[in-house]
Structures are given as structure tokens and as C-alpha cells.
Design a protein around this ligand. Structure first.
Ligand SMILES: [Zn+2]
Length: 182
């Protein structure tokens, strides 16, 4: 398997000749990567956002999330209400997982989402995360290749408003079951 970012760069024509040849050679022999590449080609320029993001998790707008779901780039999605605990896991063929967090964004101008994962020292922090105030949601996707490396355990999310005083909008939980190759 090739990193999804590299496949996205191939889809966008951003690789140099040597990288293109090497990546295409792999894709010809690998059904999983060929399928991912096809999906990335179909989302077109939106693939640029996936590359720019890098990292384990990155925020997505509702429209990008819908697009990724429609093209099969997101195969698992979780919707979290404040205080609830939702089970989650990851399988061999997943590319991205989507998490949709519900909150009341009344009066909120800026928000920060922090994600604390099991087995990682510290938290991932998404400052100035774009939220959908009308729907009352904020969404991010995580790269499944990295989720497959996580141990089982509790994932804790905290959503804060920064307008400008910091206040907690909600705390959310995922109960992660580690990936097992079968
Ligand atoms: Zn592959």
C-alpha cells in the first residue's frame, strides 16, 4: 500500500516523472491502491485539501465530507453527541474515517477541537476549525493508515469556543478497538 497523499498527488499530476512511473507501476499491480486512486481522481481538486492537511486528522467542511462519502474515500463515519460514548474501529480497506461532532454554535465565532488518542503522548489540536452553525456540527477526517496503528482505548474529544473567552462546548468519547489483521 502506498500513502494516500502520494496517490492524491498522482491523481493531481503533482509527482515528477520518476515518482509517477514508480507509483503507477505499483498501482497496476495493487487493486487496493488502484481503487483508492480512482476515487481520488473522481473528487478532483478536492484531493488538494487532503494533501495540504497532512497529519493524522484534519477538519473538513460538510461539502467535502459529503463528497468523500459519496466517492467511497470515507467508509466509516461516527456522529457524536456531547457526553455519549461511541464504539469505533478500523479495517484493512478503510482510507479515511469521518467524525461528526454535534454542538450548539450559537454566538460562537471561533472554535478549537482537541483529540486525545490512546497510545499517543498529548493531543491533536485543530484551531479555528470550520463549523457548520446551521447544522450544529463540526467534522474532521482521520487517516485510516494511522488509525490502524492505534491500540484499543478511549479517544477523548473536547470542543471549545474561543470568542474570545474560552468555554467548553462539549466533551465526546470514542471507544476504539484496535485493528486486527485477519
Ligand atoms: Zn498498494
Amino acid at each position: 500500500m502506498i500513502a494516500v497523499e502520494r496517490l492524491a498527488r498522482l491523481a493531481l499530476g503533482d509527482l515528477d516523472d520518476a515518482e509517477t512511473a514508480e507509483t503507477e507501476e505499483h498501482v497496476l499491480a495493487c487493486t487496493a491502491c488502484a481503487t483508492t486512486l480512482e476515487r481520488l481522481v473522481r473528487i478532483g481538486d478536492a484531493a488538494r485539501e487532503l494533501i495540504r492537511a497532512g497529519g493524522l486528522t484534519f477538519p473538513v467542511t460538510t461539502s467535502l465530507a459529503d463528497r468523500m462519502l459519496a466517492e467511497g474515500l470515507v467508509s466509516r463515519s461516527y456522529r457524536l453527541a456531547a457526553g455519549a460514548v461511541v464504539p469505533c474501529t478500523v479495517s484493512a480497506t478503510d482510507i479515511y474515517a469521518l467524525t461528526v461532532v454535534e454542538a450548539d454554535f450559537g454566538g460562537v465565532t471561533r472554535a478549537t477541537l482537541t483529540v486525545t488518542l490512546p497510545g499517543l503522548g498529548g493531543s491533536l489540536r485543530m484551531d479555528d476549525i470550520p463549523f457548520d452553525a446551521a447544522r450544529g456540527t463540526v467534522s474532521y477526517v482521520a487517516r485510516s493508515s494511522l488509525l490502524r496503528q492505534l491500540p484499543s482505548g478511549r479517544v477523548t474529544l473536547e470542543l471549545h469556543a474561543n470568542d474570545p473567552a474560552d468555554r467548553l462546548l462539549g466533551r465526546y468519547f470514542l471507544d476504539h478497538t484496535a485493528f486486527t489483521a485477519t
